[in-house]
Write a protein that binds this ligand. Structure first.
Ligand code: 5RP
Length: 226
């Protein structure tokens, strides 16, 4: 699949997600290129929603530029729906997320939402999570300790850099990308990694996985539920 085809599929999943948004509610919004298509769709119906709660500075900027009010999660109460992409997703609706370094806020907003709608193109569907390196957000002083603990779990952590500088999350932390994991039991590994002191959270979304997957394929958008 080339990038034009992939973008067309991302746009199709995003369009389908609009049907999952109840009228006159506050919408939880994820982060990433697929979600950017969703934000564009949301802007087109902005008069039919109250506001958004955003999972990143990048999504906040895009929402506001399109005239959508963005409110703090603390002022919103429980959200009816959260829409976000994934780096990998299984048919059981467990995911790896965090390719865009927004995993912690994404997990918080997802946790505060009644329904998680995952939007993805067909390339994201996998039988077992782990080919995509697992992002782990760490407190900077704990980076090297957490990396040694992740090696004990069988992974090969790599400190995420861009242009020779550490990637800094919206929360002021760093990311370790863990290669070489075959994640047979996603909720167990999610919990285990989160127990390491210095880990803010990891990119396995299984304890609170998606409720609905809108998977865009060449034959149309499949709606997969648990
Ligand atoms: C950001 C994320 C994204 O949802 C994930 O990286 C997928 O992004 P894209 O839609 O660009 O493929 O978790 O932290």
């Amino acid at each position: 699949m080339d990038s034009n085809q992939q973008n067309a599929l991302k746009a199709a999943a995003a369009k389908a997600a609009i049907k999952e948004v109840p009228e006159n509610t506050i919408v939880g919004v994820g982060t990433g290129s697929t979600v950017n298509f969703f934000i564009d769709e949301l802007i087109a119906i902005r008069d039919r929603i109250q506001a958004a709660v955003s999972s990143s500075k990048a999504s906040t900027a895009r929402l506001k530029a399109g005239g959508i009010e963005v409110i703090a999660l603390n002022d919103a109460g429980p959200l009816s729906v959260y829409v976000d992409g994934a780096d990998e997703v299984t048919r059981q609706l467990a995911m790896i997320k965090g390719g865009g370094a927004a995993l912690t806020r994404e997990k918080i907003v997802a946790g505060a939402s009644q329904r998680f709608v995952c939007v993805a193109d067909a390339s994201k569907l996998v039988p077992v999570l782990g080919k995509f390196p697992l992002p782990v957000e760490v407190i900077p002083m704990a980076r090297s300790f957490v990396a040694r603990e992740l090696v004990k779990l069988g992974g090969h952590p790599e400190w995420r850099m861009r242009d020779d500088k550490a990637v800094v999350t919206d929360n002021g932390n760093w990311i370790l990308d863990v290669h070489g994991l075959s994640i047979e039991n996603p909720p167990l590994l999610e919990t285990e990694i989160n127990q390491i002191p210095g880990v803010v959270t990891n990119g396995i979304f299984a304890r609170r996985g998606a409720d609905v997957l809108l998977l865009a394929t060449a034959d149309g958008v499949q709606r997969i539920t648990r």
